[in-house]
Design a protein around this ligand. Structure first.
Ligand code: ZN
Length: 478
C-alpha cells in the first residue's frame, strides 16, 4: 500500500511539473488510469471519443487498459478536465488515500483541509473539501453510477446565507436561467437560506476507488441512509464468492446472482438508530477459502417523522399489555427475520389498497397519554370495511391468521428478506403457502385487533426490520 502510494505521489509530482519539463508534447496531458475506469469513461471525462483516445495511445483493444497505465490525452486549450470539482462526495469503495492521490494532494493535506484526525473514518457520502475553501453543502442525489456509465447527475445545493442564484449557478458552471428553470423559480432574486436547489446535469467527479482487486464494482443506494428507511448495497466480484457480514449489530444476507459474482444486500435501518457513522463489515470468501475483508463506513441520518397521540377505547386498552404485545411481536420477528434466496419482487411495489393514506410510517406515538417511546411501524389506509386489500408484490403467503393486536393478519414473503404485512382485515382470502401476484385481492379492510376505526395497516420488513413501506412504492430495490 505504501509503495502504491509512493508511486502515486511520484506520478502526481510528474503531473505538477511545468509542461516544458515533461517529455510529453505540448497540448497533451497524462491521465493515469484508476481502478474502476475504462476507456469510455476516461474519453468522456476529457470530451473525447474512445477512438480518438485509443488511436493517440496506440491501443488496439479499447477494452483492455490497465490500472496505472499512463494515457496521453490531447488537451486543446485547457489542460485540466472540464470540471475540476471543489468538493468530492465520497463514493462507495473510495478511501481518503485514494481520493488524495486522485487530486494530487498528500493524505495529510487532504485530512487537514477537512479536519479529519483518523483517516480511516471517512464515510460514504461525506463531502470532502478539495480546494481548501469552505466545504459546500451539496449532496449527491444519485448513487454512484456503475463503472460504465458517467451520465450527468443532479445534485442538491442547500442555499447558504448571502448566496445568490448567480453565484450558485456560476459555481456549478450553469447559467442563472438553467438553475431557475430546474427549480421552477420565476423570480431569481427570491431564494432563501436553507432552500434546497436542484443543480441539474452536474458531471459527477471521477471515482477514486480503492477496493480489493476481487471487487469490480460497489454501489450503495441511497448514499446516505436514514433511520426507518431501506438501503441496497450491491457488489460485483471478479470471481464467485460468498459474502457474509454485519451492519448495525445485525447479520446481513447477500443474495447471490450471476454465478455468485453479483451480490445484493438489503438492509433496514431500525427506527431510533442514532445519527452517526456505522461500519458495514463484509467478508468475501472464494472457493479456495481465501477471505477478503471489506469494510465500508456508512452514514445514518435522523428521519423527519412527526408524532401523534392515540387514544384507545377502554375495551381495547387491555391489548397494550406487554405480554400480549411481546408474544405477537416475537412471532412476527421469527417469521420476517428469515432470508429466502429467491427474489419474487421486481420494480417498485404497488399500493395495498385504493384508499386514502391517513397515517405514515415513523411517527412517534404515545398511547393514552403515555410516553412517545413507540413509533408507527407501517402506513395506514383508511377504507370502508370490505374495501379490497391487494398484494403489493408477488410472493408466498407465510401467515394468514387472527392475532390479538394486529387482528386478521396476512404476511407475504417476497424473497431476499423482504416481507409485507397486512393487519386489521375483516376477511382473509388467502392461505399459508399460496403464491400471490401484485394487485391480487388477498382480503378486505376491517377493524380487527388494536384499532380506533376501520383501516388497513401495511408494513414492510427488510432483514427483520420494519421500515417505511412507501420508500418501496417510490423506488425499486431489485
Ligand atoms: Zn397503522
Amino acid at each position: 500500500m505504501i509503495c502504491r502510494w509512493l508511486v502515486g505521489l511520484l506520478l502526481a509530482g510528474l503531473m505538477l511539473l511545468p509542461a516544458a519539463a515533461q517529455d510529453t508534447p505540448p497540448g497533451v496531458t497524462i491521465h493515469v488510469v484508476q481502478r474502476g475506469e475504462n476507456l469510455f469513461r476516461i474519453a468522456l471525462r476529457y470530451g473525447l471519443s474512445v477512438d480518438e483516445l485509443a488511436q493517440l495511445n496506440g491501443i488496439a483493444d479499447p477494452g483492455n487498459i490497465q490500472v496505472g497505465q499512463r494515457l496521453l490525452v490531447p488537451t486543446g486549450d485547457s489542460v485540466e478536465p472540464t470540471s475540476q470539482p471543489l468538493m468530492h462526495v465520497v463514493q462507495p469503495g473510495e478511501t481518503l488515500r485514494s481520493i488524495a492521490e486522485m487530486y494530487n494532494l498528500s493524505l495529510d493535506d487532504l485530512a487537514a483541509r477537512n479536519q479529519i484526525e483518523d483517516v480511516n473514518t471517512v464515510y460514504v457520502g461525506q463531502i470532502l473539501n478539495i480546494a481548501g475553501q469552505p466545504a459546500p453543502t451539496a449532496v449527491a442525489v444519485a448513487p454512484a453510477a456503475a463503472a460504465e456509465e458517467l451520465a450527468p447527475q443532479s445534485l442538491i445545493h442547500v442555499v447558504q446565507a448571502g448566496e445568490t442564484l448567480f453565484r450558485i449557478a456560476t459555481r456549478y458552471g450553469l447559467t442563472v436561467n438553467d438553475l431557475a428553470r430546474a427549480n421552477s423559480i420565476s423570480d431569481p432574486t427570491l431564494i432563501y437560506a436553507g432552500q434546497q436547489l436542484i443543480v441539474p446535469n452536474v458531471t459527477p467527479p471521477p471515482l477514486a476507488l480503492d477496493l480489493p482487486p476481487i471487487v469490480t464494482a460497489l454501489d450503495i443506494m441511497p448514499l446516505l441512509l436514514v433511520e426507518g428507511q431501506s438501503g441496497r448495497i450491491r457488489l460485483t466480484t471478479a470471481q464467485p464468492v460468498q459474502v457474509t457480514g454485519t451492519f448495525l449489530d445485525r447479520v446481513v444476507h447477500a443474495a447471490a446472482e450471476q454465478d455468485g459474482t453479483r451480490h445484493t444486500i438489503l438492509v433496514g435501518v431500525p427506527m431510533f438508530t442514532a445519527a452517526g457513522i456505522y461500519p458495514l463489515t463484509l467478508t468475501l470468501a472464494d472457493s479456495s477459502g481465501q477471505a477478503t475483508p471489506l469494510n465500508i463506513n456508512v452514514q445514518v441520518l435522523v428521519g423527519n417523522y412527526g408524532s401523534e397521540t392515540i387514544n384507545l377505547l377502554a375495551d381495547r386498552s387491555g391489548l397494550l399489555d406487554p405480554n400480549v404485545e411481546n408474544a405477537e411481536l416475537q412471532l412476527l420477528q421469527n417469521l420476517m427475520g428469515v432470508f429466502t434466496p429467491t427474489r419474487q419482487f421486481s420494480g417498485p411495489m404497488g399500493l395495498p389498497a385504493a384508499a386514502a393514506m391517513t397515517s405514515w410510517y415513523g411517527s412517534k406515538r404515545s398511547y393514552n397519554g403515555g410516553p412517545f417511546d413507540r413509533f408507527h411501524s407501517g402506513t395506514d389506509f383508511a377504507g370502508a370495511p370490505g374495501t379490497p386489500v391487494l398484494a403489493a408484490a408477488p410472493g408466498y403467503v407465510v401467515l394468514a391468521d387472527t392475532l390479538n393486536v394486529r387482528g386478521n393478519a396476512t404476511v407475504i414473503d417476497h424473497g431476499w428478506g423482504v416481507f409485507t404485512g397486512y393487519w386489521h382485515q375483516t376477511e382473509i382470502y388467502v392461505h399459508v403457502g399460496d403464491y400471490v401476484t401484485t394487485g391480487q385481492v388477498i382480503g378486505t379492510i376491517g377493524a380487527t385487533g388494536r384499532v380506533t376505526g376501520a383501516h388497513l395497516h401495511w408494513e414492510l420488513w427488510v432483514n427483520g426490520v420494519p421500515v417505511d413501506p412507501m420508500q418501496w412504492v417510490r423506488q425499486s430495490f431489485d
